[in-house]
Write a protein that binds this ligand. Structure first.
Ligand SMILES: Cc1ncc(COP(=O)(O)O)c(C=O)c1O
Length: 476
């Protein structure tokens, strides 16, 4: 095993970890990749624990992409010259690679390239035929780019309803799902949105909701951005209508490319609010008309990112050569150990503590853990102070509210009346600092750690050493 700390304490902890999680040994090929593909982490002594923020790329992805760019002439794909056709083929290859990765039949699904998951969500929001006969139903636990669709819905008179999540696990009460799905507006277009995995708590919401909602007539948007970096999403088994994804979260490189995987039948219901270069067959100035191109082309505005799209094929090939199941297993083992250590520390601390927001075991959850630390007077240690200290230890974590206000409000027990009072203030814009003052006495953020493809035991061990130091605890 390479580049792991050499102390006997570490070795003992590693031994115990492997006994507790014997499946971890099946993932040792990832230690070799850590040394060959992600050597920069250990060269910099960096503990990277923000995979929900962004994945890490393997060196070979960059080399393959650079080699492709160096050896070929890429032209703008909106033409038929040889350089253009070369680009077109690489773009189509990327599209096929995405469908293949998600086991999506090309007869059933199309891939629309966007600049990120938010771009994919905006395409749905602005094009969904919301009307006064529509309902937009979504879980409290959602990224802001899914929350934001409510503004398109409301502008067209649709009703908007949030399904609450409950403490301590921050899950939806399953017994209530049916009654929320019964809110469907007959005769209108109705959209139900939820994340396959929470970017706040790591909770994996049931994919069974997709067919439950379909059976009642809903169109389903499954936000897969936080799920797909370390879980298989098999679109021959699960059939959501819209699936937004950001590729940098899956394999780190490139940024600026995402996609909307859309069911062909659902795509037909969307109404584009405008046209742009690349989205039409014909548009006329004097004739004052335009005709949208069929399928995904109507949604890909302007020139596609034809230099970066070949890197999507390379990234997906890389992930598949590693094996999604292997990545999943490693993430599960490391997450399980972290949760157990944090809970044990909390139990041993007496007055001070660690509060985890979400499930404290690995059942139906992914590798994202959000928490706050409390000092001996039961006062929350500000997440910004925690980050300042982890920065000094060269540990990359995420703090704040992670663009998921619904989960944050429930986790931090900020009530609706408090929020209504804040937002009723006669001010043009509430800054985050104003907001903090407004909900004074309550923290508006938390600390998030997340593991992924290049994580190893030494990373999570170093994080736990840091946490113990924070509480002035003797280290192992
Ligand atoms: C669950 C989820 N959905 C959507 C997004 C938005 O992704 P992007 O910022 O790449 O558009 C994120 C990003 O963190 C996310 O975690």
């Amino acid at each position: 095993m390479q580049n792991l700390p050499q102390s006997t304490d570490f070795e003992q902890a590693y031994e115990q970890f492997q006994q507790r999680y014997p499946e971890y040994t099946t993932t040792h090929s990832l230690d070799e990749l850590r040394a060959s593909e992600y050597a920069r982490l250990d060269a910099q002594g960096m503990v990277y624990l923000d995979y929900t923020g962004g994945g890490l790329y393997a060196e070979s992805q960059i080399q393959k992409h650079m080699a492709l760019l160096k050896a070929n002439v890429f032209g703008n794909p909106h033409s038929s010259n040889p350089s253009s056709m070369f680009s077109t083929h690489r773009v189509e290859e990327a599209r096929e690679a995405v469908l293949k990765h998600f086991n999506a039949s090309p007869d059933e699904y199309v891939v629309i390239f966007t600049s990120n998951a938010s771009g994919a969500l905006k395409l749905v929001g602005e094009s969904f035929p919301f009307s006064a006969q529509s309902h937009y139903l979504l879980t409290f636990d959602n990224h802001n780019s899914v929350n934001g669709i409510r503004e398109f819905a409301r502008a067209r008179g649709a009703q908007v309803t949030y399904i609450p999540i409950c403490l301590p696990e921050l899950r939806v009460d399953e017994s209530e799902v049916d009654s929320y799905l019964d809110l469907i507006q007959p005769g209108g277009y109705n959209l139900f949105a939820f994340p396959a995995q929470s970017n706040f708590s790591g909770v994996q919401h049931p994919l069974e909701w997709i067919e439950k909602a379909h059976a009642k007539g809903w169109t389903v948007l499954l936000d897969a951005a936080a799920f797909v970096p370390s879980n298989n999403l098999n679109l021959s088994l699960w059939k959501p209508d819209f699936v937004p994804v950001s590729f940098y979260k899956m394999f780190g490189y490139p940024t600026g490319v995402g996609c909307l995987i859309a069911r062909k039948s659902a795509l037909e219901m969307l109404r584009r609010p405008w046209f742009a270069g690349g989205t039409i067959t014909v548009a006329s100035v004097q004739g004052d008309k335009y005709y949208l191109a069929p399928g995904e082309a109507a949604f890909e505005e302007g020139t596609p990112n034809y230099l970066d799209l070949p890197a999507i094929t390379i990234g997906l090939e890389y992930l598949n050569s590693v094996g999604m199941d292997l990545i999943h297993e490693r993430v599960r083992c490391l997450t399980g150990w972290l949760l157990e250590q944090l809970v044990e520390l909390h139990d041993n601390l007496g007055h001070a503590g660690v509060r985890i927001y979400g499930p404290t075991n690995t059942e139906r959850r992914g590798g994202t853990i959000t928490l706050n630390f409390y000092d001996g007077n039961d006062q929350m240690i500000d997440h910004r102070a925690v980050e300042q200290r982890t920065n000094l230890a060269n540990i990359s974590i995420r703090t704040g509210c992670f663009c998921n206000p619904g989960a944050g409000e429930v986790a931090l027990e900020i009530s609706q009346p408090e929020l209504i009072t804040c937002f009723a203030q006669p001010t043009e814009r509430l800054t985050l600092d104003d907001f903090r003052v407004c909900i004074h006495g309550k923290n508006s953020g938390a600390v998030r750690i997340s593991v992924g493809i290049a994580s190893n035991f030494a990373d999570v061990y170093r994080f736990m050493q840091y946490v113990k130091q924070l509480f002035g605890r003797p280290l192992d």
